[in-house]
Design a protein around this ligand. Structure first.
Ligand SMILES: Cc1cc2nc3c(=O)[nH]c(=O)nc-3n(C[C@H](O)[C@H](O)[C@H](O)COP(=O)(O)OP(=O)(O)OC[C@H]3O[C@@H](n4cnc5c(N)ncnc54)[C@H](O)[C@@H]3O)c2cc1C
Length: 386
């Protein structure tokens, strides 16, 4: 029987080889300096890994979500953090599925070659949070341009991206029949926009994650940068979320395996009361439990990948995979920290860093309660609550 970790050997080995050039010390230093792992992301780009999902006709490798998820998993499994670059994997899917032939030809080959970075997607707003259809950022068409005013929050990797996908209202909420209508998505060239109607304010945060507040004041976007049809943007964004959730699930699986490895290794070596602490069942059982939960979550991750790659509906599986994997990695993180005693808190062990990093996935890109809500309403048919 093929176990899940046996799949995609070639990709795993190649990504692991690349990650070996960026050991714990590298990510520790980047974290301490609150810097961006630019050399790491550049190496991944040059090796073509971030173009995995771009079809071959546009210069990418045309792989499926399963393969892409292995790349993300192996980055986190090696002690790194794919959060610095995962946007590039799934943001281009929006362009691929809904962009015009001219847009795809203009951007995708350059993204595949590493000449353009599409790392950012701007959806969340400060006054509306998860209630996305209430967004207030407005894009008004004036001749051959859209003029954008509004605000976004928690928009990641803007300082390390050339392009950003923006969700804005093109028809105010009060003027649409259904709240999901009247929103549109645009491709924003950040190199032109910043300082010309777009201001970026970095948000210091618990993780070393480059994320920002964005202020739009009469930002002009060429009308040709509208992706797909005006007013259909919310549907386009939702289309891309299953890939995002599944890839994040894979990152959590990578984190979970990293924590379990570290916990196993340390507890076999650490001698207290004259024997390795791993000889105590009080130490073994929580590690075993965490391992079981990571492996179980991994099964749902593969289910989501298989359905996505077969172009079947996979919203339930993608959401459940994200929920299970984020929970399992967080529990593995807790166990790993606990089993290291005081040393778990020392930066040089990297556990406190990974602990902070994996905690994020309970909240972003979708919080756990919202996954429960999705499953309750759309899988179980329970009454709509909002
Ligand atoms: C580091 C980081 C990076 C991010 N990057 C991006 C990005 O690149 N682009 C982007 O657009 N966004 C990004 N986000 C935003 C992220 O997607 C949101 O923070 C997340 O979706 C939660 O929204 P919120 O923070 O407004 O919380 P809120 O919507 O205010 O929710 C707060 C809490 O209340 C709960 N809650 C709310 N409503 C309900 C309900 N009806 N029932 C039960 N519970 C409820 C939520 O589950 C949550 O736990 C990022 C966030 C972080 C922290």
């Amino acid at each position: 029987m093929t176990t899940t970790t046996d799949r995609f050997h070639d990709i795993r080995d190649a990504v692991r080889d690349l990650c070996r050039q960026f050991p714990d010390e590298y990510f520790r230093k980047v974290d301490e300096q609150r810097a961006y792992p630019a050399e790491f992301v550049e190496a991944l780009t040059q090796a073509g890994w971030l173009a995995a999902l771009i079809p071959q006709e546009y210069g990418g490798s045309g792989l499926g979500l399963a393969e892409a998820s292995v790349i993300m998993e192996e980055i986190n499994r090696s002690g790194g953090n794919a959060g610095a670059c995962h946007g590039q994997m799934y943001n281009m899917g929006t362009l691929l599925r809904h962009g015009s032939a001219a847009q795809k030809q203009a951007y995708l080959p350059k993204i595949a070659r590493g000449e353009l970075r599409l790392q950012s997607m701007a959806v969340t707003e400060p006054s509306t949070g998860t209630d996305t259809t209430k967004i207030k950022t407005l894009a008004v068409k004036k001749g051959d341009r859209y003029v954008v005013n509004g605000q976004k929050v928690w928009i990641s990797r803007v300082q390390h991206s050339d392009l950003m996908i923006l969700l804005a209202r093109t028809t105010p909420l009060a003027d649409v029949k259904k709240k999901s209508e009247g929103m549109s998505i645009f491709i924003v060239d950040l190199r032109e926009a910043i300082g010309n109607g777009l201001a970026v304010r970095p948000i210091a945060n618990m993780v070393n994650h480059e994320t920002n507040e964005l202020f739009f004041e009469n930002l002009e976007i060429p009308a040709e940068n509208l992706i797909g049809h005006e007013g259909h943007g919310f549907k386009y964004i939702l289309d891309g979320l299953n890939a995002e959730r599944t890839l994040i699930a894979a990152e959590c699986i990578g984190d979970g395996r990293w924590f379990i490895d570290r916990a196993t290794r340390y507890t076999k070596d650490r001698v207290v009361f004259g024997r390795p602490i791993a000889q105590n069942q009080g130490v073994q059982f929580p590690i075993a439990e965490a391992h079981i939960e990571v492996e179980a979550a991994d099964l749902m991750r593969w289910k989501a990948c298989e359905l996505f790659d077969a172009q079947q509906p996979c919203g339930a599986q993608a959401n459940m995979a994200k929920y299970l994997a984020a929970k399992a990695s967080w529990e593995a993180a807790n166990v790993c920290l606990q089993m290291h005693g005081g040393y778990g808190f020392a930066s040089e062990y990297d556990i406190e860093r990974k602990f902070r990093e994996t905690r994020l996935y309970q909240v972003a890109p979708i919080s756990t309660n919202l996954i429960f809500s999705f499953v309750a309403e759309h899988v179980l048919g329970l009454p709509k609550s909002f």
